[in-house]
Design a protein around this ligand. Structure first.
Ligand SMILES: Cc1ncc(COP(=O)(O)O)c(C=O)c1O
Length: 427
């Protein structure tokens, strides 16, 4: 069978692009996407794939939602961008007000950037400077957890799992942090308490993805573990940064994962589904206590950070429209329905030789395998099945748009069961 012809723009442009997470010498040629609609991705060769990934977990309302599209079009006609230095505008201030109202506790001050990694850098910088502004020196390190992933910029890389977090090569070059096992039982919590208590005066903050450590292996922990980590931070007066870049906006069944543990961090980071997956935007949101630590008659106590596109009006308009959809449409109920269907639809994988675990939390379904020698072959099989599913490391997972219907989700889970059972039979 001859391969379908590629569009001209692909033939001429491909040799000039450098793609993310790719060994460009050996990576298979990517598929050309030409259109997205609802939960479907259309390819240039005419195939249409049901999306099980939500474009790296962003497209919570599906693609091309008319309400977001119209909001962005209106904003584009009026003011696509203006600097936030010395000027403010309605989309950013409205979004900041609405986020503060939705977030738990006194997370009231919103600092905008354009990517999750940068929002983590800002959170780390805020935490370090919070202590410096109080005249406390030496609190410059962070505690993070094995299997954590917080982004690809230098500071964010330093708090990722050094082995699972894709940055092992940079051992010894990144700032040294404390990456510890996430405590899950009494003995581990006592050890964590001793660990934090023993060096609290050197620690600026603890950073954690609440309930689901996503890109570091799709590991789950219980709300009770999150609550105990938060209590330990409070006991030793260490700032708690929760990275809800992946878990925020309904993915785990509540608007924010930390709500399930009744925990309010000192700083929270948001991105991905913030704009419903339409525009790059991130937010680092500080509690009143952290924010107040920057108020001073001294100019050098200000947070000296300001990405050029901070608070971009188009992105903020998209995020405002996305929040409308969370208000008007039953996204959280949809996430819970997806959880039930994922649990049922993936249970056929449990017990297959080579399947280590099958687990679901909110609109996240995970089949963990013992080893995947050829990820690319597995990925290709999913496309042949008419679905967009991208296993990584040792996990095959589904994080579909929250609006996905029962039939489409059934197609996704059936494809996972078929491909995993084939893989299991061959290993
Ligand atoms: C929890 C978490 N934090 C940070 C990031 C980095 O975000 P970005 O890719 O937008 O820089 C990610 C991305 O997957 C993430 O899942």
């Amino acid at each position: 069978m001859t391969a379908p012809e590629r569009p001209d723009w692909s033939e001429t442009g491909f040799r000039h692009i450098w793609l993310p997470y790719s060994q460009m010498k050996t990576a298979p040629r990517p598929y050309e996407a030409v259109r997205t609609e609802g939960v479907r991705v259309h390819l240039a060769d005419g195939r249409i794939l049901i999306d099980g990934v939500s474009s790296w977990w962003t497209a919570c309302h599906g693609y091309n939602h008319p309400h977001i599209r119209e909001a962005v079009e209106r904003q584009l006609a009026r003011m696509p961008h203006v600097m936030l230095g010395g000027l403010v505008h309605e989309p950013a201030l409205t979004l900041a007000r609405r986020l503060a109202a939705l977030l738990p506790g006194d997370l009231n001050r919103v600092f905008f950037s354009e990517s999750g990694s940068v929002s983590v850098e800002i959170a780390m910088k805020m935490a370090i400077q919070f202590w410096l502004n109080r005249g406390v020196r030496g609190r410059s390190r962070f505690v993070s957890f094995r299997h954590g992933y917080h982004g690809d910029t230098t500071g964010a890389m330093s708090v990722c799992d050094p082995d699972e977090g894709m940055h092992a090569l940079f051992h010894g070059i990144l700032p040294a942090q404390h990456v510890v096992d996430l405590p899950q039982d009494d003995a581990a919590f006592e050890a964590f308490d001793r660990f934090l208590g023993g060096r609290a005066e050197t620690i600026a903050g603890v950073i954690l993805e609440p309930l689901v450590q996503a890109a570091g292996g799709m590991k789950f922990h219980a709300p009770a573990a999150l609550a105990r980590i938060a209590a330990t931070c409070r006991r030793h007066d260490v700032l708690l940064i929760l990275d809800e870049i992946a878990t925020g906006f309904g993915r785990t069944g509540s608007l924010f994962a930390c709500e399930q543990a009744d925990v309010c961090p000192d700083i929270i980071t948001l991105s991905k589904a913030l704009t419903g997956g339409t525009m790059p935007l991130a937010a680092t949101v500080a509690s009143d206590r952290v924010y107040d630590g920057f108020l001073s008659d001294r100019p050098d106590h200000a947070l000296m950070h300001g990405p050029t596109f901070t608070g971009n009006p188009l992105a903020c308009a998209a995020a405002d429209a996305s929040l409308d959809l969370f208000e008007r449409e039953p996204r959280l109920a949809q996430a819970r329905r997806i959880e039930a269907q994922l649990a049922d639809g993936l249970k056929g994988c449990a017990g297959l030789p080579g399947v280590v675990d099958v687990r679901c939390r909110g609109a996240i379904g995970v089949v963990q395998l013992d080893r995947v020698p050829d990820l690319n072959a597995l990925r290709q099989r999913f496309v042949e099945e008419g679905v967009w599913v991208r296993p990584f490391a040792d996990v095959v997972y589904l994080m579909p748009p929250l609006v996905i219907g029962e039939d489409d989700l059934g197609t996704l889970t059936a494809a996972v069961c078929r491909v995993v059972s084939e893989w299991s039979g061959r290993r």
